[in-house]
Ligand binder design. Sequence first.
Ligand SMILES: Nc1ncnc2c1ncn2[C@@H]1O[C@H](COP(=O)(O)OP(=O)(O)O)[C@@H](O)[C@H]1O
Ligand SMILES: C[C@@](O)(CCOP(=O)(O)O)CC(=O)O
Ligand SMILES: [Mg+2]
Length: 397
Amino acid sequence: MHARERYISAPGKSILHGEHAVVHGKVALAVSLNLRTYLRLQATSAGKVCVNLPNIDTFLSWDITALKSLLSGWKADCSSSELDSNLVKRLREFMAITDGSTDTRSMAVLAFLYIYLSVFADAEVLPSLSVCVWSELPTGAGLGSSAAFSVCLSAALLSARGTISTPLIQQQNTARWSDAELELINKWAFQGEKIIHGNPSGVDNAVSTWGGVLRYHAGMITPLSRVPTLRILLTNTKVPRSTKVLVSGVKDKINKYPSVMTPVLDSVDAVSQACEQTLADMATEGASTKHYNILEDLIDINQHHLNVMGVGHSSLDTLCRVTLAHGLHSKLTGAGGGGCGITLLRPETEPSVVQAAVQELKEAGFECWETSLGGPGVLLHSSNSITQDTLSILTSY
Ligand SMILES: Nc1ncnc2c1ncn2[C@@H]1O[C@H](COP(=O)(O)OP(=O)(O)O)[C@@H](O)[C@H]1O
Ligand SMILES: C[C@@](O)(CCOP(=O)(O)O)CC(=O)O
Ligand SMILES: [Mg+2]
């Protein structure tokens, strides 16, 4: 271990188009948010590993000797990009997780232990450390909190192991890793997502690692540089849902009705591509009413497709209905089934119109915030670049 203490943050994301279809090899467009997950890792000499996850009310610790015994007779298979089923099985037994359980707290802890043991498997000793993760993102609401969590864990553990650097130099507030290091962070974060999600596409961890606006297609990540500034209203319906369950429901539907569902997925792919083209046109020609009309049509079309996939919810219908009554177009974002939706605001949309829509959405029990899109990906921080409020949470465990 190098530094005794490190702070890391990674952003959440919003998927503009392509959620679910991206799991089946179609194009998705996703953008990082200015809402972030923060992690503090502290090297200790307590002979223990402590994990504090205040967002999900989980506080656990284990003796290093108990963790070490999990590695006996186990050999990491570095050539495979699949999850190591043997290690997952050992961890499930260790944590007494029953088969098939999707209990979200257990999945977060399982992801932590999996990355910790894999990253330090060939180290001389397993290090004593204490990790606290806290997020501004709502968890389980479609804004990629699982990916931001996995990216923070991956970056923190890889840099504690010395596999990637600790690039912060004196007087610097924040630092980024090199592209090769980011690829490694993303690779391990994807394993964390596999544990939490079951069958992730990889889009969420890619956006959280690199930040900005990305096109994601079958593992290929293309940053979009020609993108206009978009005003987006985010709404959290606060209806809880599980990405893992929703993703597997879509898969079942595709298996059951392949000839019905394949054209739906193809159409979502075409929506993502049409949106990408429109954004590029807006950046080169200047945004006009014609462009916003197209973006709104694409939002409506995709929302219908997501309903066909079975990932809609009455709360999301309410969001679409209320905003449309104010001339605004919305769709779910992320896995759906509740969680969050996005509403496109035109540059000329009057604040009074937004306020009226927000007021009605709040009366329906929802939470809304206008957000800026495209913040930086994973960052290493000095402690003085983190707000006092966040710091006091991270240091209070
Ligand atoms: N800050 C956090 N602390 C602990 N676990 C987290 C945190 N953020 C996310 N997670 C894990 O990710 C799960 C939510 O992931 P998911 O269902 O994919 O929804 P989303 O990624 O849209 O928020 C949580 O139930 C938890 O297991
Ligand atoms: C539904 C999906 O496209 C996005 C899930 O995002 P979230 O976990 O709901 O934030 C799944 C995936 O791409 O892995
Ligand atoms: Mg997720």
